[in-house]
Design a protein. Structure first.
Length: 137
């Protein structure tokens, strides 16, 4: 009888410990999805292409941002982006058509928002919509 009682107490303790460990929300070490922003559609005299493509990919755990210049119009492109602990960051690609520039990687400070923009000399810059995790884009 005492063995059964002790087994029951141990089993109850294990069940409670399991419930306590499993009750917390799972912490994500990334945004949980691709985060992308594009602007523009067709460059003069070229096939359909985005002028600027800004992205942070889930396949890389949203550790960095990339920005690609998709048009040979002479304008630079950039990405405005936020990380979990840093907001209002900017990554420029001034290398010209067909190039991509990447930010540094961070596993603990992942990317959670990007906005792709054209850097147009002496005029207001033009930007695509921003993308954030869970916004349905």
């Amino acid at each position: 009888m005492q063995t059964v009682k002790r087994f029951g107490t141990i089993a109850a303790s294990v069940a409670i410990a399991g419930a306590l460990l499993g009750s917390g929300a799972t912490a994500h070490a990334n945004a949980g999805e691709n985060v992308t922003s594009v602007y523009g559609m067709k460059c003069s005299g070229s096939a359909y292409s985005y002028w600027v493509y800004s992205f942070s990919l889930l396949s890389n755990n949203n550790e960095n941002v990339g920005v690609r210049d998709g048009c040979s119009d002479g304008n630079g492109v950039y990405s405005l982006y936020d990380r979990v602990n840093d907001h209002g960051l900017r990554l420029d690609d001034t290398n010209g058509y067909g190039t991509t520039v990447y930010s540094g990687n961070s596993t603990s400070n992942y990317v959670q928002k990007v906005t792709g923009c054209l850097n147009i000399y002496l005029t207001p810059d033009q930007c695509g919509p921003d993308d954030r995790p869970g916004d349905g884009r």
